[in-house]
Every structure is written in structure tokens, then in C-alpha cells.
Design a protein around this ligand. Sequence first.
Ligand code: GAL
Length: 355
Amino acid sequence: MESFTKTVYGEMPDGTPVHQFVLTNKNGMQLKAIEYGGIITHLTAPDKQNNFIDVVLGHDSLEEYLQSDFYFGALIGRYGNRIANAAFELDGTTYELAANNGPNNLHGGPDGFDSAVWNGERAESEDGVALILSYTSKDGEMGFPGTLSVEVIYNLTNDNALEILYRATSDKKTVVNLTQHSYFNLAGKGDILDHYLEINAEQFLAVDEFSIPVDDCFTEVEGTPFNFTMPKRVGADIETEDEQLSLASGYDHTFVIPQDESGLAFVASVFEADSGRIMKVFSSEPGVQFYSGNFIEEGTSGKEGHTYGKHSGLCLETQHYPDSPNRPDFPSVVLEAGNEYRSVTVYEFGAIEGI
Ligand code: GAL
């Protein structure tokens, strides 16, 4: 039976209530999300025996999320990923942002959308159960121009997919790059080094020591540890001596996804052999940041007694390329006043015997 519930999850330090929503589809698959950061706190997925377990990393309470540095499950904006030297120019005006990652701006700054309190409500869904989260980012917030009205829909379908639709409009020309920062672990425990990963990318973007794409960044994956064109264990090449892997302490790179006529291209699949769980990702975005959880601190206390560390989960953040506002050679992230930003990503879950 489909259901949707709303309860109080906690209170912000200023007393603002934060609600939690529990979405359940016809098969019993569940998504739990909170208004703080639009965080997906739980997402269950079936194994070969149709056992549903939670496959995302997270914490047990709002207090822990408020202190956490890892963006577990959060919505990311106004600009996901990095902007070099925390500045960009638009129509002759330079916009200064906060440098919160070395000299660069990361994930929209220290008070990005991941730490905003969104407003959640049940949304209409043609197939499944849906939550709409809304947030208005003020003109000048975190240094970005234009009042940006953002809506994100989490739709849990009855064929066990999480569809995410992002929409935004601005009253001034601005830049936008929204994404979702869930860390997946399809075994629900241990690390993700034995998960098989396929990424539909012939190229990735090479970066400098601050994870900013270098000038001549488009790099063929063939013959490198970045070749995931066929399913490969995440850990297979992660220890290889490779400049790009050592710069990021593992995988933390944008892969170039070919555009699909349907508007929704195959991005990646992740398979965990013991459980048979498989997750397929589709998106309208031209890139995906594959992050192998390199910076999760050892001993981080997670949900229900779990302790996390390096590689406890992996992220597949669909998005435009890092530093696009400063890179005329990249697909544009500029949103004109009055136009609509739209982005769709689907995480589809199932179970198979093998690959
Ligand atoms: C990723 C980013 C990583 C790291 C992580 C959060 O999106 O690419 O470098 O900052 O977020 O810990």
C-alpha cells in the first residue's frame, strides 16, 4: 500500500521545526527525507529474495546532521561542485563567493542549499508517491546574483525508482547547478570497493591539486583506471599509481555523459554481487561526479550503530561540469531571468543474479 507521512524530526537552533516525510510505494520500498538540506535519510532497496534494506549513508538525528561535514543525502546548490578561486564573472560583473575548499567555492558555499530548511509537502504523482521540497534563495545569498526559487520533487515510483526533478527560476541572470549527494552502499554495510560500477563515459575531466578541471581536461578513459565502460570493481584500480587518483585520494572526478535524444541518458550502474542489488542511473545532465567516499573520516558515527570511514559509500552526482561559470568551453550553467532551469535524474533499483 502506498503511503505518505509527515512528522516533526527536530528543531533548528532558532526553533524552526524540521519535518520528516516517509514515502512508501506499493512494494514496500521506502524513502525518508527531511526538510533540513532536503536530506534523504533512508532509502530501501530489494535484494534477490526481495528483502528491503537501507542503501544510503546517514545519521540518526538532526543534531548530528547539523554537525556533519560530508553532505550525506543532501540537496546541493546553488552551484554543486567547485568554482575556481571562489569567483566568476557574468555580464562584466565579478561575483565573489566564499572560499570553503582551499581557494575554491564548493557546493554553493558554507551555507549552501544542503544546510537550508526547505518546505516539504506531498506532491501529485502519476506513478508512486512524491514529495516536493521548495526553497527560495535570496538575491546575493552566498554571493550569487538573483532570487532563485527552487523546487525539487522526489518521486518514489512503483517500479522501485527514485525520480528526482529539479526546477528553478530567477529574477536576475545567474548560474545554477543542482545535484543530490546521497552516498550509496548496496550491501548496507562495509565498504563499496567490491561493488561493480559501469559508467557510460569515454572521457573524464582531469583536475589540478584543488580538483579544478585543468585547461586541457578532456581525457580518454581507455587505458586508465578511469575506464568503467564495462562493469568493474570500484577497488580494482583504485590503488594504481596514477596522478589523477592520487590528487583526489581516489575517484572524485567528473565523467562526460553522452546526451540522449530522449533527454534521459544512461549514466551508470552499480551492482553488489552478494545481495544482487543493482542501481541504474539516468539523467538529463552532461556529467556525473563519481566520488568514492575518499574523505569520510574514519570512525564517523552513522545510522543505527554503523561506523563509517573511507569508501563506506559512493556518490554519483549528476551535474554540469565543475567551474563551468569560468569555462566558456563547457556546457553553460547560466540561467536567464524568467527562464526555467530543469534537470532530471532517475535512480532505479532492482536485483539480478549476476552480470
Ligand atoms: C563531493 C566532492 C568531494 C568532497 C565531497 C564532500 O561532491 O567532489 O571532493 O568535497 O563532495 O565531502
